[in-house]
Write a protein that binds this ligand. Structure first.
Ligand code: SF4
Length: 435
């Protein structure tokens, strides 16, 4: 994040968001009177503080005193580098929000236009983070079933939101064995691009550049985590937000609203409806439940809509019956809400088998890198509805039906949750100080 105190009008919205909504307690007024400015205690670097990089301070700042670090020049440089094969992935929440930067209605599904724009910009491969999301579900549902069948640690917490991961590392370092060990969809995608895809295309991993377009600021920091990089190369090289992507298209003179639609490239471009709903609160756990249900019961799930898991209330709970078993599920979005569920786990009061947590209000649809919504919940509702519409429109709505994922396991990974899957697709967490 970039902090420019010259633009700050001391409205303190960022502080309210950081301290009261997200309960991270990183931002406050440093000094007093005319000398005061907003920053972490002792004006230390944000990077050295307990900041989760959720970017919600950026989302509420009215003057751009807080903004994301701009990585667009790096992307242009990669695209004109003849030695680099540059591939791009786009996250689910981007496709229902990017249109707002081109005067389209919130919730317009722009997937086909995005693919066309990315080809015009010169990417060598245009892929979908939803492929990574389907892969995440295969591993996460297998991990949940494994924990249930082998008396493993419960509840299992989802791990695809990097701001949430950094939050529990700082605030609840005694609970590091509870989250799923699955890498996020972004990092799973990058890992497969630099291994399986590299092999298939006969390319060296270091000559592939993976660019991510995310609704999220925390994904920039996630891509730089040492345990998520491999030997001498990153799995994801550059992350830009939805806003940066919009600015790139504008600077290139792309008339986004009038572009024709096109399709993602093959090999890592197929996705199911389950992966699309990753972009909203409740979506990850609904996707995992669809797969876990069929795998645990050996029966086809007739109605895949677990509507009891949907909504925008900050904390939700629901039960799903899988055969004889009542699977108790908790959902929280916003880190202040997450804190409540974690305190229940610490005090032994939690009754859940699985909990989904997303750091941003509404989940990634309200991410810190999305077009500014200025707290307008109607905009978030429209983005959320669009994701469910997109899910409903798909013939395949369960992650384990994704043919490219089935092929990937057959040709390269082997068993879900097996040895190679652990090496490639799982990670560990780090206890951090609360500063
Ligand atoms: Fe990023 Fe989504 Fe988590 Fe927000 S909820 S920090 S956008 S992954």
């Amino acid at each position: 994040m970039i902090k420019d105190p010259n633009k700050c009008v001391m409205c303190r919205r960022c502080e309210t968001m950081c301290n009261e909504v997200q309960t991270c307690n990183v931002l406050s007024a440093v000094n007093r009177g005319f000398e005061s400015f907003v920053g972490p205690a002792f004006n230390m670097d944000m990077a050295d503080s307990s900041c989760t990089f959720c970017g919600q301070c950026v989302a509420v700042c009215p003057t751009a005193a807080l903004t994301e670090m701009d990585n667009t020049t790096q992307v242009w440089n990669e695209l004109v580098n003849p030695k680099k094969h540059v591939v791009v992935q786009i996250a689910p929440a981007v496709r229902v929000a990017i249109g707002e930067m081109f005067d389209m209605e919130p919730g317009t599904i722009s997937t086909g236009k995005i693919v066309t724009a990315l080809r015009k910009m010169g990417f060598d491969g245009v892929f979908d983070t939803n492929f990574g999301a389907d892969l995440t579900i295969i591993e996460e549902a297998t991990e949940l079933i494994h924990r249930i069948n082998h008396n493993g640690t419960l509840p299992m917490l989802t791990s695809c939101c990097p701001a949430w991961v950094k939050f529990f590392e700082h605030q609840f370092p005694d609970l590091l064995d509870i989250p799923s060990t699955c890498k996020s969809p972004q990092i799973m995608f990058g890992t497969i691009a630099k291994t399986y895809y590299a092999q298939k295309k006969n390319l060296k991993p270091e000559n592939i550049s993976v660019v991510s377009i995310m609704p999220c600021l925390a994904k920039k920091a996630e891509a730089k985590r040492p345990e998520l990089t491999k030997d001498d190369h990153s799995n994801v090289d550059i992350v830009i937000t939805t806003r940066e992507f919009g600015r790139m298209m504008k600077s290139a003179g792309i008339d986004f609203a009038n572009l024709p639609d096109s399709e993602f490239d093959k090999m890592m471009g197929e996705s199911t409806g389950a992966s699309i709903i990753f972009g909203t609160t409740g979506g990850v756990i609904e996707a995992a439940t669809r797969t876990a249900y069929e795998w645990l019961t050996d029966e086809e799930l007739e109605d895949v809509n677990f509507t009891q898991l949907r909504g925008l209330e900050g904390i939700r709970e629901a039960s799903v019956f899988i055969g004889e078993m009542e699977l108790k599920i908790g959902i929280a979005h916003g880190l202040g809400n997450a804190r409540k569920l974690l305190e229940d786990i610490q005090s032994g009061k939690s009754k859940f088998h699985a909990i989904e947590i997303m750091a941003c209000p509404g989940g990634c649809i309200g991410g810190g890198g999305q077009p500014y919504h200025h707290g307008n919940m109607e905009i978030l509702k429209k983005r959320q509805e669009a994701l469910y519409v997109d899910d409903e429109s798909r013939k395949k709505r369960k992650s384990h039906e994704n043919k490219e994922i089935i092929q990937l396991y057959k040709e390269f990974i082997g068993e879900p949750y097996g040895e190679k899957a652990h090496e490639l697709l799982h990670t560990h967490y780090v206890a951090r100080e609360k500063i």
